[in-house]
Design a protein around this ligand. Structure first.
Ligand code: ASP
Length: 321
């Protein structure tokens, strides 16, 4: 994996703004490319020179630990030049607009922007106003496409396929960009998707996305092959002035995945969590560390999948060819 992407194998999009940008063939290409990068990551020298001529700006206008580190590592493993920028240290605090901030960075000959932003649609907006490849690293409650790709990739790795797999996404669906991107990605790949959580954390009319809705976690666990336990987005609760559930303790009683609940389902269930985990709330330590938990595989695969996304998008940048 040291050559540029084969030109006959290109993504059909110049940006990754949401899963909707990708066709099934694109996702398949990303997964096959990530397989190659996983092999690179297992070598003593975990680095390829592919993107020596590319400069990437990581713009994080919202807190992030693992996504930021994962992107940064993916870029370094590809030998790209990178600059990191977070809103706490930026001129956005001095009143500069997003377009001005990004245009100034691009004037320094940056080719690609990886952006996390608290506003839904920020990545789409930026892609329409600046001339650079944009990768959405999470836009508010909207989408987190690389998370969904690494989640589906991890299911494929664990179960050998995604098509026909029954996946339940549990918890704070209302505020979760991970849920929306996962729904789009899993549906595209032919998985069956169920959402489970309290009514107050379930978006209205969500069934129109072709998913089932179940409010009883025990029933959902009996149905599924994979349970993706979402983090309660504490920072986004009550944004409309209404508390979405009485207490974390009550939430954990009804929707927390405990060993007792897992055993009651009477089957092997693959456990996932996008992180960061609130141990004892959406999942107990025993379940998080269970042999069927692939939580750390998700983190590991995140680097290979992000390498694949960046590598394939870079192949579409005219000056990079
Ligand atoms: N890390 C994921 C995200 O940024 C999940 C989470 O924060 O709950 O959306």
């Amino acid at each position: 994996m040291s050559e540029r992407a084969n030109t006959s194998e290109m993504l059909s999009t110049d940006h990754l703004l949401g899963i909707q940008d990708l066709g099934v063939a694109d996702i398949d290409l990303i997964f096959r490319t990530a397989d190659g990068f996983k092999e690179v990551l297992s070598r003593p020298i975990k680095k390829v020179p592919s993107l020596r001529d590319i400069t990437i700006a990581n713009l994080f206008f919202e807190n992030s630990t693992r996504t930021r580190i994962s992107f940064e590592l993916a870029e370094k493993r590809l030998s790209a030049d990178i600059i990191n920028f977070s809103s706490s240290s930026s001129s956005t605090k001095k009143g500069e607009t997003l377009i001005d901030t990004v245009s100034n960075i691009l004037a320094m000959k940056v080719d690609m922007v990886v952006m996390r932003h608290p506003d839904p649609g920020a990545a789409v907006f930026l892609s329409k106003h600046v001339r650079a490849c944009i990768v959405n690293a999470g836009d508010g409650t909207h989408e987190h496409p690389t998370q969904a790709l690494l989640d589906a990739y991890s299911i494929r790795e664990k179960l050998g396929r995604v098509k026909g797999v029954k996946v339940v996404i549990v918890g704070d669906i209302l505020h979760s960009r991970v849920a929306l991107s996962n729904i789009h990605c899993l549906k595209k790949l032919g998985a069956e998707v169920m959402l489970c959580g309290p009514t107050t954390l379930m978006p209205r009319h969500v069934e129109s996305l072709g998913v089932r809705v179940e409010h009883d976690l025990d029933k959902a666990l009996r149905w599924c092959d994979v349970a993706n336990m979402l983090r309660i987005q504490l920072e986004r609760q009550g944004s409309d002035g209404i508390s979405n559930f009485p207490s974390l303790r009550e939430y954990a009683m009804l929707y927390g995945l405990t060993m007792e609940r897992y055993d009651r389902a009477g089957k092997q269930i693959t456990i996932m969590h996008p992180g960061p985990i609130n141990r004892g709330v959406e999942i107990t330590s025993q379940v998080a560390d269970h042999t069927n938990s692939i939580i750390l595989d998700q983190v590991e695969n995140g680097v290979a999948v992000r390498m694949a996304v960046i590598y394939l998008l870079a192949a579409r940048i005219p000056r990079a060819q």
